[in-house]
Design a protein around this ligand. Sequence first.
Ligand SMILES: *Cc1c(COP(=O)(O)O)cnc(C)c1O
Length: 467
Amino acid sequence: MKYYDKLIFELSKSGRSGFSLPQAPTAPIPASLKRGSAPALPQVSEVDVVRHYTNLSQMNFGVDTGFYPLGSCTMKYNPKINEEVAAMPAFTAIHPLQENVPGIREIYEAMDKSLAAITGMKHFTFKPCAGAHGELTGLMIMREYHLRRGDFARTRVIVPDSAHGTNPASAAVCGLEIVEVKSNEHGLVDVNDLKPLLGPDIAGIMMTNPNTLGLFEGEIKEIAQLVHDCGGLLYYDGANMNPLLGVVRPGDMGFDIMHLNLHKTFSTPHGGGGPGSGPVGVCEKLSDIADDVFVSGFHGNFGVILRAYTYILMLGRENIKLAGKYATLSANYIKESLKDVYKLPIQTVCKHEFVFDGLVDDGSSTGKSGATTLDVAKRLLDYGFHAPTIYFPLLFHQALMIEPTETESKETLDCFIDVMRTIAAEAASDPDLLHNAPHNTPISRPDETRAARQPVVKFADSKQLLN
Ligand SMILES: *Cc1c(COP(=O)(O)O)cnc(C)c1O
């Protein structure tokens, strides 16, 4: 065990201290308020504390430490000017109850206008605090629209089988019944499968375009016509709007409601699940309903919205149009550079992301124990890259979903391509190297389900885990 792998309690030495408190107040403290014994705090020097926390911070991985090609998540660089603006006292000194002061209202209004221009929607509500929260809000607007027209039969929503998992989950939370529409062999919504599903019980359809395979749904106009003709609305999952910036607008494709993830496309931090922002945009006829739906206190996560607004202003109208094009170019560059060693199930030009289906030579032909997508992902960590999204979407068994974003240089992309090729070669020559990876990280292969469901955060238990 390395010195700095020790827990701070293990570094503790009785009587050691890094800080002295001023003289205790002389006023007597009633015995009933005094604790019986001293708290079990670690006794360490200042340098121990500094090293402990600095080393802990370096056990994390983020866009500021390395390339993070996480498909369906747009881990683009978060410019530091966003933080500078958000830290201005004019903003930080505002109390949440002052969210209607003129300067703040002005920013919400300017953001509303900017996003409306980018997406072709009429109006945005900024209340939702995450993408999935935006989906729920959008579906509540959809349901409310039908109810206000006195149409109570529309209780079902159509979701493609390629959809992000949050789509059916949000529909279920909203009390809607989910109807699945199949993808065809090109990975796109099968219009022939869709037609018989449409009827007077359909509230609408949820779509992602480009979909989670990174493919543009070219038949979207026909789909919009069919859904509208049956009386339903179209919901656009714009979590990953990145490739469309300045190219095409969901409003023009026929969508009525959509959400954006400011913490993906608009360069605000993802954090550990938040705080994020999932503003919901609607077409004109739904504008009033959008403002009526109540999903959170206040107008939204203002600090996040401010960062996204800074990003939009810094890029400006013309440059923002380049982001999507460069993101698309980067994804296609990696895809084409690796498709001889990783299986590419869908060969067409992709948008901002694409999916491999494991290694071309996964060992099965030679009788060697095969190297799986999990093995490749784990081995990437040894080379200092974050792993891509794995085993999603569910359409392929060994899915490896890569999204490089526009903020990476060609040199970084080339380095990633080199490493991916090296790993493919290692899989053929020494598969155990991959089966046991990662070798250079603080821990190697935790039980991932247990780590997520039963995280060990207590000193006593974590000590057992390390031994
Ligand atoms: C990330 C994502 C979501 C969910 O966003 P959260 O902010 O994580 O709730 C929904 N749909 C798609 C396509 C996504 O990529």
